[in-house]
Write a protein that binds this ligand. Structure first.
Ligand SMILES: [Zn+2]
Ligand SMILES: [Zn+2]
Length: 397
C-alpha cells in the first residue's frame, strides 16, 4: 500500500505579522472549552510564528513546550500572556487543566500524571501517549481547535456530534498532536506523523445514549464542583472518587469475574484489563466499555451493581481490598453485602474428602464433594474452589 502523501501545509513563519509594542496584532478569541496549548498554537499561526518563537518572545527561555503545558503552565505567566493578547487572566486560567484540582482530583500534578487526566508522554515536541483525543467532525468545523474535555479520561464521546472520539490516527496510530498540525489549502488537518487528513467524515457508528448521558453528567460535575446523587447534593470530588473505586473494581485482576459479568457478558467481548495498566493510560477503546459498564450500573444504582456483584460471587472484603477511604455513597452500598468470609478450600481438604467418599463406596462427583463439604452456592461458585473441586473429581493428587 502506498504511504499517504503528506499534504502541503501552511506552516508558521510564512507571513509573520508585525508585533505592535508588547501586543500581538492578531489575537483569535479562545473558543469554548479550548485548551491552552491549542489556543497558543492558533495564536502562533495567526501571527505567522512557530509556537516556539511565539513563546520565546513572550516568556523568554521558559521550557513550556517541552512540558504538558496545559497542566504545568505557571500562573505567573498569565499576566504576561494577558498583556500580549488583551485576554483577561481569568479567561486564560480557564484554558488550563489545573482548574480540575479540587473538583475532579484532590491531588495536584505529581510530575508523572494527574488523576482523570490522560497523560501525553511528552518527549521534546513529540507525544508518546495517546493523551489527547479528537472528533473528526469537530476538527472539520470552521475554527478547528482542541477541547479540554479531550484530555479527560472519563470522556470517550463527542457530545455535540454524538459519536465516539478517536485517540490516535486511524492510519498510523500515532498520537493526535494538534500543536504540530497545520491545515492545507483545502482545510484538511493532516496527521502530524503521516499526513492523513483527520478531519474527514468517516463511517463510525454513533455512540450509546447511556454513555453520553453519564459523560454529560460528569463533565457538568467537573465544571460546577457538585452533582446530585439519589436526591442529595454531593461534591464532585466525592462523585469522582466513587467512580474511581468502581473503575478499580472493573480493572482489578482480583475482580475479573465482576468485569466479565458487567462488561464482557453484557456488552461485548472486550477484556478491559488483565494487566495493571492505569485507567488514564488505557486507550479509548478500553476505557469506553468500562465507562459503559459504569453507566449501566448508574441507571439503577445500586441494584444493578449489587446484582452483578452477587452473580460474580465477589465478596465485600475483596471489593474493598485494602482501601481505607471509600466515598460514603459507595460505602453504604458495600455495607449491605454479607461480611462472612466464604469457605476457601485447600487441595488437601478436597483430596481427603474424595478419599473418604471413595472408601465409603460413593461415586466422586462435583455435587457429591460439595455436599460432603457443606459448601454454600456462593462457596461452590468461587473460582479457586471450582478448580480444586475439579481436581478432586478427576482424581488428581
Ligand atoms: Zn465533535
Ligand atoms: Zn497518521
Amino acid at each position: 500500500m502506498d504511504a499517504p502523501v503528506r499534504p502541503q501545509t501552511l506552516g508558521p513563519c510564512r507571513h509573520a505579522v508585525r508585533v505592535r509594542g508588547n501586543r500581538w496584532a492578531s489575537v483569535p478569541p479562545p473558543q469554548p472549552d479550548e485548551l491552552m496549548s491549542s489556543w497558543l498554537h492558533r495564536l502562533a499561526r495567526a501571527n505567522g510564528r512557530s509556537d516556539h518563537t511565539l513563546c520565546s518572545m513572550m516568556f523568554g527561555p521558559v521550557p513550556l513546550l517541552t512540558r504538558d503545558l496545559d497542566l504545568t503552565m505557571p500562573v505567573a505567566l498569565l499576566p504576561v500572556l494577558s498583556e500580549w493578547t488583551g485576554i483577561s487572566e481569568y479567561r486564560l486560567s480557564e484554558l488550563l487543566l489545573t482548574t480540575l484540582q479540587g473538583k475532579v482530583t484532590g491531588e495536584s500534578w505529581t510530575g508523572t500524571g494527574c488523576r482523570w487526566v490522560l497523560p501525553l508522554g511528552v518527549y521534546h515536541r513529540v507525544r508518546r501517549h495517546h493523551g489527547l483525543q479528537y472528533c473528526p467532525q469537530c476538527l472539520a468545523e470552521p475554527i478547528a481547535y482542541a477541547r479540554r474535555q479531550w484530555r479527560y479520561a472519563f470522556v470517550t464521546e463527542c457530545l455535540e456530534h454524538e459519536r465516539p472520539l478517536f485517540d490516535r490516527c486511524p492510519t498510523c496510530a500515532s498520537p493526535f498532536m494538534f500543536h504540530r498540525m497545520h491545515p492545507d489549502r483545502g482545510q484538511r488537518w493532516g496527521c502530524a506523523t503521516c499526513g492523513e487528513a483527520l478531519n474527514m467524515p468517516d463511517a463510525s457508528a454513533g455512540s450509546k445514549y447511556l454513555l453520553r448521558r453519564q459523560q454529560a453528567r460528569l463533565v457538568a460535575a467537573a465544571g460546577s464542583g457538585g452533582a446530585r446523587m439519589n436526591c442529595r447534593w454531593v461534591s464532585s470530588l466525592t462523585l469522582f472518587n466513587g467512580y474511581r473505586f468502581l473503575v478499580h473494581t472493573l480493572t482489578s485482576s482480583r475482580l475479573k469475574h465482576l468485569a466479565k459479568t458487567a462488561i464482557i457478558d453484557r456488552d461485548g467481548t472486550l477484556r478491559p484489563s488483565g494487566t495493571h495498566t492505569e485507567f488514564e493510560r488505557m486507550g479509548v477503546y478500553l476505557r469506553r466499555p468500562i465507562m459503559l459498564a459504569l453507566a449501566t450500573w448508574m441507571t439503577d444504582w445500586p441494584d444493578r451493581f449489587l446484582r452483578d456483584v452477587r452473580s460474580s460471587c465477589s465478596s465485600r472484603s475483596v471489593l474493598m481490598g485494602d482501601r481505607r477511604h471509600i466515598p460514603f455513597w459507595i460505602q453504604e452500598v458495600l455495607d449491605t453485602l454479607p461480611t462472612a468470609q466464604p469457605h476457601r478450600l485447600t487441595s488437601q481438604e478436597v483430596q481427603s474428602c474424595a478419599r473418604w467418599l471413595r472408601a465409603g463406596g460413593q461415586a466422586i462427583s462435583f455435587d457429591g464433594l460439595c455436599r460432603a463439604l457443606s459448601l454454600s452456592t456462593w462457596e461452590r461458585m468461587l473460582p479457586a474452589n471450582r478448580v480444586l473441586l475439579g481436581e478432586g473429581v478427576s482424581g488428581l493428587d
